[in-house]
Design a binder for this molecule. Sequence first.
Ligand code: DOR
Ligand code: ZN
Length: 345
Amino acid sequence: MTDRLTIRRPDDWHVHLRDGAMLKAVAGATARQFGRAIVMPNLTPPVTDVAAAEAYRARILEAVGPDSGFVPLMTCYLTDHSDPAEIRRGYETGVFAACKLYPAHATTNSAHGVTNVLALGPVLETMQRIGMPLLIHGEVTDPAIDIFDREAVFLERVLTPLIRAYPALKIVMEHITTAEAAAFVAQADHPIAATITPQHLIINRNAIFEGGLRPHAYCLPVAKREAHRLAVRKAAVSGSPRFFLGTDSAPHVVGAKESGCGCAGIYNAPFALEAYLQVFDEEGALDRFEGFAAEHGARFYGLPLNEGSVTLIRTPVEVPAMTGAGETAVVPFLAGRTLAWRLEA
Ligand code: DOR
Ligand code: ZN
């Protein structure tokens, strides 16, 4: 039995680092494990131009401290009014690594999101031409569509026409949750990949209702049936370069989750690598972990692999009931549970 695993330093291709006190409280958990992270732009107001991204990047670097070596990769929040010239300038000067597409009202701070993706012609043409990835929150927002079907319907209604119209546009389907999305990404004749979160590998939708309403198991896209969890697990451990690590760690202060209208988001950053590794171990796929965590994403983005390494040791570690205090008190994913691996300090 393998009891120590050393891999190239991994990256997190999807994280919410927030701002202000919460940024200061959570950024270290990501920087401790990951060399780089794709930082989501859904602040209030959202990060829609180069100046805002540079200022946010500076606040992140200040929060993680001068010696962390951590590299935040910034994203541009697309709106109906995004300017292709600004996006291109941001990409070509190394400020923007990608653009993020939130369908309007799909999730937290997405009110300024895009109402009709296919109307973004000049932006998408520019991104396709310069090779800039489009990161998609892939859910339709049509209230007539059942919330558990919104990802699968997005594949048909939006993603299929989009890849037909832009055959060379690099796309990442973020946080996939369904067998349909896993199959779509695995098989498409298109430069497309997907990130996968720890929660969608570990819980199914029963977790949201286990003995009562469990707000800390609620995120968007919402967890699906067990058959979907199994399909997403299979994709993650398959060794396909189209699937890679993206935690979607999304902290909300405890009162905003435990509420009459609780926010969507699971804070998994403190034990992200441990949670993923447990899944790969259970699947007998320890040999595929490094590709998923540290290689596939960088190659898809066209970035160099990280130098350096991290080591995980097979030893029990208990996830605390809470991290932070006051305005930064957050209940982490798998709070109170014991995980089988621990990241070596
Ligand atoms: O659960 C989620 N939380 N899904 C998202 O898409 C956004 C995120 C957040 O920002 O809290
Ligand atoms: Zn997210």
